[in-house]
Write a protein that binds this ligand. Structure first.
Ligand code: NAD
Ligand code: 3PG
Length: 530
């Protein structure tokens, strides 16, 4: 039974989804104190957070059973990712699930602050009526500067284009094509954007580069009467500098959802009527919370069950399309990796993974990790996952190298070759491919060419290359009530092997019977279930 701690509010349906899982016990402790979480985290296999709980080294050191942290949302700046990786903990967020809500709050703050909606609302409810003091500005034909043209920046661009705004964006990490796609003029420098924009909205993560993007030094570069919006992360615009700009009139308004300190009850900006704010509610919509909740539960269950966690942030970033190409190879690699310790017992010193053909042109880091996971998992007591498999192998003195090579298995569009060297200096080769309909196939084992679909239950035999072996093996398995699904033979000068797929598990007694046949030199059952 996996224990999951939900430490911040997530959607009720998502909690119900967790509770329905038979292998999970859920504790919901929304608003849990720091002291309590440090006390109890050692019991849990998974932790679900939003942006409040700090998942730092202190917490991770105490989280002895933790396998995955699910971030029900986008930003992960409350989680120490390198530490999580060092602890073998997967961190997964839900990057696409709340972007529309975040975009809409940015636009809401932009319009509300430009039209004095909050001040006018407060004014009228205090029993007064005036109109002239609430003169605002239109967005039509103004220039909107977007810092960070990622998911949310892109959504804002599309929508504000419809308002008739001219768009200029600053994002040094994206292609020119993306600027074109969103109809944005590319600002080559931040200064260029600061100088051109009538309204500026920021949609970057919080990094060393993005903190204080508007600060005391560069505020004079802004247009007089500029309007600012921050629905990304607190501190991207320096609060003191913005307060100074609001005081001097340089900045006409500031709409912000995110704060340098959260939660907070005081802020230098609260005195300004034209600075309107919300308590980080960008993702607080029914739709976003439903999406985020469903997505985080899916990722956490996958992580606990050893399945692929598509949105893991401490794995190499891989696009959806690329992921779909690589995905079948991920399972294939794990299965091929499992073969070694089922046919050999000597410890490994070296693993070389060679990629050939189309797969060699892809980002294979996920495949590398699962290949190593496949090798180690059957023999290690510790939990092995995609995150910790390589560090665990290195800790055990196993040298790993990955190569993308010119194609040598030309009959196949792609191939993965394992070359495993053990302490006796023996080299074991296992090669596989993905065939039609994403079928996992083994195409060579210990230098014997075979070509057969992998199944969960396989038998690998070494035999004399003499007449009658196939019949003897068939009869023996028949006696043991084991049905043979397929059979493949591989022969070389002095040796022959047989690889069989069978419909059921093969017990010790059946293996003993096979080994007792005079023509059989050795027999192994390969359990390749994952
Ligand atoms: N207010 C909320 O409730 C809420 C909700 C969701 C997301 N967010 C925040 O919104 C922000 C954007 O999220 P996203 O999903 O669009 O992220 P994203 O990763 O899709 O896009 C971020 C963009 O910022 C760019 N960028 C990075 N460093 C930059 C720099 N120094 N200068 C200019 N551009 C830079 C990147 O190239 C990228 O294109 C994040 O900070 C996220 O945490 C807030
Ligand atoms: O990064 C995010 O997803 C948003 O800032 C929302 O954060 P929250 O989950 O704490 O509302």
């Amino acid at each position: 039974m996996y224990k999951v701690l939900v430490g911040e509010y997530i959607d009720d349906e998502a909690i119900a989804g967790l509770q329905e899982a038979r292998d999970v016990k859920v504790d919901v402790k929304v608003g849990i104190s720091r002291e309590e979480i440090l006390d109890i985290i050692g019991e849990y296999d998974a932790l679900i957070v939003r942006s409040v709980i700090k998942v730092d080294k202190e917490l991770l050191d105490k989280a002895k059973n933790l396998k995955i942290v699910g971030r029900a949302g986008n930003g992960t700046d409350n989680i120490n990712i390198p530490e999580a990786t060092a602890h073998g903990v997967i961190v997964a967020n839900t990057p696409d699930s709340n972007t529309v809500s975040a975009c809409e709050i940015a636009i809401g703050l932009m319009l509300a602050s430009a039209r004095n909606i909050v001040a006018a609302n407060n004014f009228i409810k205090s029993g007064k009526w005036e109109r002239e003091i609430f003169v605002g500005s239109e967005m039509f034909e103004k220039t909107l500067g977007i810092i960070g043209l990622g998911r949310i920046g892109g959504l804002v661009a599309t929508r504000m284009k419809a308002f008739g705004m001219k768009l200029v964006a600053y994002d040094p990490y994206i292609s020119d094509e993306r600027f074109k796609r969103y109809g944005c003029e590319k600002a080559k420098t931040l200064d260029e954007l600061l100088e051109k924009a009538d309204v500026i909205t920021i949609h970057t993560p919080k990094t060393k580069e993005t903190v204080d993007m508007i600060n005391a030094e560069n505020i004079h570069k802004l247009k007089d009467g500029v309007r600012l919006v921050n629905a990304a992360r607190g501190g991207l615009f320096n609060e003191e500098a913005v307060a100074e700009g609001l005081r001097s009139g340089k900045i006409a308004s500031f709409g912000y959802d995110v704060h340098t300190v959260e939660p907070r009850s005081e802020c230098i900006l609260y005195e300004f009527e034209n600075a309107i704010t919300t308590p980080h509610i960008g993702a607080t919509t029914y739709e976003a919370q439903r999406n985020v909740g469903t997505q985080v539960v899916k990722q956490v269950l996958n992580g606990l069950r050893g399945e692929i966690v598509e949105t893991a942030v401490n794995l190499p970033a891989i696009g959806r399309e690329e992921f779909l190409i690589v995905k079948p190879f991920i399972n294939l690699a794990e299965k091929l990796g499992k073969i070694y310790f089922q046919i050999e017992k000597t410890p490994i010193t070296n693993v070389v993974l060679n990629y050939y053909g189309e797969i060699a042109e892809q980002e294979t880091a996920l495949v590398d990790s699962t290949a190593i996971k496949g090798i180690l998992e059957p023999v290690l007591k510790e939990e092995v996952n995609y995150i910790n498999s390589k560090p665990l192998a290195e800790k055990r003195g196993i040298n790993i190298s990955i190569n993308k090579k010119e194609h040598k298995y030309k009959n196949y569009s792609s191939a993965i070759e394992f070359v495993i060297t053990n302490e006796e200096g023996k080299k074991i080769y296992v090669v596989g491919t993905i065939g039609m309909n994403n079928e996992e196939r083994i195409i060579s084992i210990k230098n014997h060419d075979v070509d057969m679909a992998i199944s969960d239950n396989m038998i690998y035999l070494g035999n004399e290359d003499v007449p009658g072996v196939i019949g003897a093996v068939g009869a023996t398995l028949g006696k043991e009530k084991i049905n043979i699904a397929t059979m493949n033979v591989g022969r070389r000068e002095n040796s022959a092997i047989m690889l069989l797929t069978v419909d059921s598990e093969v017990g010790r007694k059946s293996l003993k019977e096979l080994r007792g046949l005079s023509q059989i030199k050795w027999a192994h059952y390969l359990d390749l279930t994952i």
